[in-house]
Every structure is written in structure tokens, then in C-alpha cells.
Write a protein that binds this ligand. Structure first.
Ligand code: DC
Length: 205
């Protein structure tokens, strides 16, 4: 059973993974990126033309590896233009979100340590009772620049805009600021400054 849970939501390219990994390391918590599951399901769809599966197992959290039916999917499979687009598309489906919801809860329950988990609806829908809820934001230009610096995932401003529009406007679990979340506008902040703000908040809890 996990002891503490910190959720980190926000639009794509805002730095949730970078901040989340650093925060988890500093607190000696586990870290997980929920987008990996939507991306893995998009990869499964690309390979099999199916969204429905019989068996799903997580083989490793970091670097992420899972097995869906007979297909082993590694983190390196998950960052392509096709997967960026398809994962956001299938994330609109309530059946897909239900499957991911259950997997996320079992990953979290199995953790012996605290957990930092990032996504679009972690604090609003999946873990509304988390100890600390964070929402990171930044302008589209800054987010595209940050994505550009990730050698494994180049995404244009237009592609990011399109994905955000879909993630914010879908009917099921749209990206919103979770109730009670600390909002951090990150455009002008370094990773260290963001972490400092989060730790100050944690000390007050
Ligand atoms: O965080 P990411 O870029 O790896 O996520 C890929 C897509 O998955 C994103 O465009 C929308 C979807 N997603 C979601 O709907 N809910 C989450 N909690 C995480 C990701």
C-alpha cells in the first residue's frame, strides 16, 4: 500500500515528466507517467488493429515495459508522431479510460513507497484524494521548445495545440485544474525553482 501520493497534471510538453522524476528521486518515491499506458495501447492498436485485449501486464515501471497479449512494448516504442496523435485520440474513449484507471490503481497499490504520478486527470478523476495535487502550465511556445529539446519526441507547436485542444475538450476526463491543486506557471522557472515551490508546499501539509 502506498504511503503518499502526489499528482502532477498539465498540458503536453510542460515538463511534468522531468519535474515528476526529480521530485520522486528527491523524496525516494516511485514515479509513473500515466500517458505511457495510453501510448502503449496506441502502439498495440498500431501493431494489431485492435484496442481490446485479453492480458495486460507491467514488466517494468522505469524504463517502462509492458506486455499486451503477446506484444511486448518498451518505452522506446512510445514516442513517435503516430503514437503522439493516436494516444490522444483513443484517450477520448470511456472504455480505454476505464482500463487505464484500473491499471493505475493497481500500480499505485503495489508501491511500497510514496508515488508521484503524472498525466491529465490524475488529481481530478483518478486520484482525487491525493496528498498533494499539482498543475503545471506554460505557454504553447515554451512547451514546444521544451519538447524540441527531448531528442526522442519532436512535436511542432501546431501538433501540440491540436493534442491539447483534444485533451482539454473531450467529454471523458478532460484536462482541467484539479480542485485544490497548486498551479505553477512554469514559463520563467527553472526545474530547481519549480521543485523548491513544490517542497515548500509539501512542508506546509
Ligand atoms: O503525457 P503523454 O504525452 O505521454 O500522453 C499521451 C496522450 O495520452 C495525451 O495526449 C492524452 C493521453 N493522456 C490522457 O488522456 N490522460 C492521462 N492521464 C495521460 C495521458
Amino acid at each position: 500500500m502506498n504511503k503518499s501520493l502526489i499528482t502532477l497534471d498539465g498540458p503536453s510538453g510542460v515538463g511534468k515528466t522531468t519535474v515528476g522524476k526529480r521530485l520522486a528521486k528527491d523524496l525516494n518515491f516511485d514515479f509513473f507517467s500515466s500517458g505511457s499506458l495510453y501510448r502503449a495501447l496506441a502502439k498495440f492498436y498500431q501493431s494489431t488493429n485492435k484496442l481490446l485485449f485479453q492480458d495486460f501486464s507491467i514488466e517494468a515501471l522505469a524504463p517502462f515495459r509492458c506486455k499486451i497479449d503477446d506484444l511486448v512494448i518498451s518505452e522506446s516504442d512510445l514516442y513517435t508522431t503516430y503514437i503522439n496523435e493516436k494516444s490522444s485520440e483513443i484517450a477520448q474513449l470511456s472504455e480505454v479510460r476505464g482500463v487505464v484507471f484500473n491499471i493505475l490503481h493497481s500500480i499505485c497499490n503495489e508501491s511500497q513507497r510514496g508515488f508521484v504520478i503524472e498525466g491529465r486527470d490524475m488529481g481530478s478523476v483518478v486520484f482525487p484524494n491525493a496528498k498533494l495535487k499539482l498543475y503545471l502550465d506554460a505557454s504553447e511556445q515554451v512547451r514546444s521548445l521544451r519538447r524540441g529539446k527531448q531528442s526522442n519526441n519532436q512535436e511542432s507547436v501546431d501538433d501540440i495545440k491540436k493534442r491539447d485542444e483534444r485533451d482539454k475538450n473531450r467529454v471523458n476526463s478532460p484536462l482541467v485544474v484539479p480542485e485544490g491543486a497548486l498551479i505553477i506557471q512554469t514559463d520563467l522557472l527553472s526545474i530547481d525553482e519549480i521543485l523548491e515551490l513544490i517542497k515548500e508546499k509539501l512542508e506546509l501539509l
